[in-house]
Structure formats: C-alpha cells, structure tokens
Design a protein around this ligand. Structure first.
Ligand SMILES: C[S@@+](CC[C@H](N)C(=O)[O-])C[C@H]1O[C@@H](n2cnc3c(N)ncnc32)[C@H](O)[C@@H]1O
Length: 517
C-alpha cells in the first residue's frame, strides 16, 4: 500500500469537506466535531493498492466491524434527483421522456464534465478514471478472445446496446450544446462505464447514484476474508469458503440494486453511510461488497476479475431428453428446476443441475417411485449416478476441447503478455521470432521456449491481436489506446483461463465420484 500524494487530492478533500463529506462518526444523534477540512483522515484515507484495485481507501486507524466510517450528504451525490435541479437539463430531458435512468445519468454526467472548471463538482469529476475495461469497450477481437459462446454474446450484446443507447441520447447531448467530443460514442461509453462501475444503490433511482469518495472503495466479494493472500485463495479451497445460500444470486441477472451491501442511503440522516464490514488494522485496505458477482459479471460491469471468486460458476446446458434413455417417457421438469444449471467454483454441479441430470439418467422404471429423491438432492440409484457423472465429465471434456486454445496456451499467452506489456514490445517479439533473429540475452523467451506444437497457436493469436489494432504504431513509442486494448485482451484470456480451471475441477470432481463406490 502507498498513501496517495496528499497534494494531488487536496482540492477533492477540500471540496468534499465543503459538501459535508466526512469520516467522523456520529456521537448519539449528533455528528462529532464538524471539520471544514480535511474531510478524511480520522477513519480512512486515500491510498494505492496495486494488487487489489489500485486507488482505494485505507484504514486511518484500527477500525471495528460495523463502525460508521464515511458519510456523504445527499447534496454531494449525483443522480436523477440532482439532474432535476438543473433547469436547462430538465427542460431538454423532458423532450425525450423515453430515456432510461441510466441514460439520464450519463447525460447529466457528460453535461457536468463539459462545463470543465466551471462545474461546481469539478474537484470530484477530475479524479474520475480516464478509461475503463468494462465490456462496452470490447472490440470484436477482444469479445472473441473470451471464446465461450455466452461470454462472447455478452460482450457483443453490451457493445451493441451501448451504441443504441448513445444513438437515442445523442439528440439531447446536441440540444444541450455540449462540445463535439462530449457527444461522441467514445464519450458516451466513458460515461456509461463510469456509471456501471461506480454507482451505488439508492431506492429512488434505478441508475443508482455517483457518490464522491464513497466510490473510492474497492470490492471484496461476500464471504471471503480480506487477509488471505490471493495465491493461497486460488489454490486452497477451505470449508469456510463454501458459498452460503444467501450469497447465491438466484435472480439470474444483476440488478443495480444489488450493488452495495455494506452501506446505504439513510433517509433520516439524508446521507449515504458506509460501515466497516470487518475489523481492519490501520493501513489495511477497507473494502466494500458491491454485490454477488461471477467473474464474467465483474468483467462486464466493473472491468476486473478476482483471482479467487467463490461466486464464479460455469453454465451447463442440459442433455436432450433422449440422451440418457432414448424413447423413455418422462414428465417435463418443473420450471424452477430449470434455473441455476451450473458448476460452481469448486467444480461441483449445482443442486438444480444435479437434480435434473439424475431425473434424466434414471431408468423410467425407477422414476415413478424414486423421482422425489432427485428433487431432495439424493441419488436415484448408484448406477444412474454413475451415468450422471460420466455424462458431466464427458460434457466438460468437450467444453474444453471446443475452445480454440488449450489451458497451456492461455497460460503461455499470459506469460508472453506479462513480459511484453505493450503493443510495441509484442510487435518486436513477433519480428524477432519470424525473422529468426537471435534474441538478446535480456529478451524474454516464453514464446521461443514454448513447446513447439503450441507455438503456432500462440503466434496466431498474437498476430490476430496486432492485426486487430489497426492504429498500432510500429515504432517503440508507447501507444495509449493500443495498450488499453492489450490490457482488455489480457483480461479476456484471464477470464477464459478461469473458466477452464472450473471446468477442469469439474472433471476431477466427476472422476472422484466415478471412482468411489
Ligand atoms: C467503485 S470503483 C473503486 C475505486 C477505483 N479503484 C478508483 O480508482 O476510483 C470500482 C473500480 O475499481 C476497480 N476495483 C475495485 N475492486 C477491485 C478489486 N478487488 N480488484 C481489482 N480492481 C478492483 C475496478 O476497476 C472497478 O471498476
């Protein structure tokens, strides 16, 4: 952890103090000393955590679970209500009543940004990230790099939807007379990603609210202790890691209302209040649980992945009705049993998946008298359970072989990207490789040292990446937009590797179930 340069955030902290944002606790019904400046430093402070979200908030002292650690008054928030305080914006929006809450908040944000220093929120806005890796920024190449059909469709769908939403909102942006660059698709995507990755739930606005300083909290997923190092988390599955019933999102989709659980808007105080979700020692990063997300959902909405995410899962399509017992007549499964068909982070089938497979695998002669067992999570017969795990194992093996690259290739690609972290360096590596130059001793050799049969596949993807970035410079000049594409491609590879890890765990789980009698 490194404390942020106090000067860099001086304006923000002064502005925050002037808006009543404070990390001082309440005593009884009254706030403790009202300080005009600074707004932070009693409970939390801004710091950088390179391995866990970058800029975030650190405990400024030892904090206890449940302690109130930050309060942000309504007048500092940015949402549909604050948009309505702007008469010109309200008049313009009234002409386009079909715009969604998210579109309204995007317009509100772009209008404020376009005001530059004259915006009264400038000290906050200037510290918003300049770029994001959320799915709406994915190019066709980056979407394809996810490899798995559902994931590719997700990315392509988000890109398509954001474009349509921009086209619908563009007339308002133009009517408001915002400068040209605030009316572009790129500008819109930036605003949309800001809202997707930074808003917190409020009951009166489906888009949520931007919450200065409160949006500096990085994410921890439910049920995972903060202190466990990521490497241990990834390899060690402990009893305490099992996902509790209440953590499982059964809605099948992510609602903005699920975003934040460790705080909320408190009407009686008229403030957004944040509470410590565990004890923290001074200096430790203070994290928030925005909700329960798979890694694909984190990538889509927030543009990052967790190395250890017990809420991650892989969807499994059920076999056709005839696949186990051709011709057997069986009752159609109940609708709610057809939801939540997945293998979990540990590689185990979900309750619904296992029940469905058991109902399909059992011989028709046993079904009538024993189908209640499958609905209660029990096997119908040892033989039909064997058929279930044989089917699931073979399904998972096919899922792996249907991916364009293997687990090993993905790992090697990540190693190549890590040692060549810019587009220019990857181009140089390809030149060295293709022209058979002797690499210099400092040249990293993941590609050259990779098993020979894997090299063409690695090379092919590296070349496709370079070809997909048409504006890539051939010089060694660092290229900002291209290097962002590299980071997004890296995330896509990391995601598909995580997917393959779960599928591999499922194969091992099935083998164990088939081995035990
Ligand atoms: C609400 S903001 C948190 C503050 C943010 N780091 C900043 O600098 O403003 C959410 C974003 O922070 C990053 N983030 C949050 N939690 C993270 C984590 N556990 N690991 C990696 N990135 C994280 C992601 O980029 C995410 O979109």
């Amino acid at each position: 952890m490194a404390d942020e340069d106090a000067d860099e955030y001086k304006d923000l902290l002064n502005w925050a103090a002037s808006r009543g944002i404070t990390d001082a606790p309440f005593v009884g019904d009254k706030p403790t000393s009202i300080r005009s400046t600074p707004s932070l430093g009693f409970s939390i402070r801004i710091a950088t955590f390179p391995d866990a979200g970058g800029r975030g908030l650190a405990a400024a002292r030892d904090l206890k679970l449940g302690e109130l650690i930050l309060r942000v008054p309504e007048k500092a928030l940015m949402n549909g209500r604050s948009a309505r305080l702007d008469a010109e914006l309200t008049r313009a929006l009234a002409l386009y009543p079909s715009l969604s809450h998210v579109q309204v908040l995007c317009v509100h944000l772009l209008r404020e940004i376009a005001k530059g220093r004259t915006s009264e929120r400038f000290p906050y806005l200037v510290h918003l990230p300049r770029y994001y890796h959320t799915a709406s920024f994915y190019s066709p190449f980056e979407a394809q790099a996810l490899q798995v059909k559902d994931a590719v469709s997700m990315a392509e769908g988000v890109v398509q939807n954001s474009r349509e939403e921009w086209l619908q909102a563009r007339p308002v942006l133009e009517k408001l007379g915002l400068g040209r660059r605030f009316c572009t698709l790129q500008g819109w995507l930036w605003a949309f990603a800001t809202i997707s990755s930074r808003t917190l739930y409020v009951p009166w606005d489906e888009a949520g609210t931007l919450c200065p300083v409160g949006d500096f909290f990085n994410y921890a997923c439910p049920g995972v202790p903060y202190n466990l190092p990521p490497t241990a988390q990834d390899t060690q599955m402990r009893e305490g890691d099992l996902i509790s019933e209440e953590d499982v999102d059964t809605s099948g989709g992510i609602e903005i209302r699920d975003r934040l659980r460790d705080g909320g808007f408190e009407d009686e105080r008229g403030e957004y209040c944040f509470y410590a979700r565990q004890d923290y020692q001074e200096g430790q990063q203070v994290l928030l649980c925005y909700g329960t997300y798979t890694n694909l959902e984190l990538l889509e909405h927030y543009g990052f992945l967790l190395p250890f995410n017990p809420n991650d899962k892989v969807h499994i399509e059920l076999p056709t009705a005839d696949e186990f017992n051709p011709g057997a007549v069986r009752p159609p499964p109940e609708a709610d049993l057809l939801m939540n068909l997945f293998i979990d982070y540990e590689g185990k089938p979900s309750f619904s998946l296992l029940s469905n497979l058991r109902l399909r695998a059992a011989p028709a002669t046993l079904l009538k008298s024993r189908h209640h067992l499958a609905l209660a999570g029990q096997q119908i017969s040892p033989e039909s359970d064997k058929a279930v795990f044989r089917w699931l194992k073979s399904k998972c093996e096919k899922m792996l072989t249907s991916c364009p690259t293997s687990f090993d290739v993905d790992e090697l690609l990540l190693a190549v990207i890590d040692s060549h972290p810019s587009v220019a360096e990857i181009q140089k590596l390809l030149t060295v490789y293709k022209e058979d130059f002797l690499p210099s001793p400092t040249e990293n050799l993941e590609l050259l040292n990779a098993p020979e049969h894997l090299q063409p596949v690695i090379l092919n993807e590296l070349e496709s990446f370079i070809a997909s970035a048409p504006h890539t410079e051939t010089s060694s000049t660092p290229s900002w937009p291209s290097d962002l594409r590299l980071e997004r491609w890296r995330l896509a590879i990391q995601w598909r590797l995580g997917y393959k890890k779960i599928v591999r765990r499922s194969i091992s789980h099935c083998s164990r179930m088939l081995d035990c009698d």
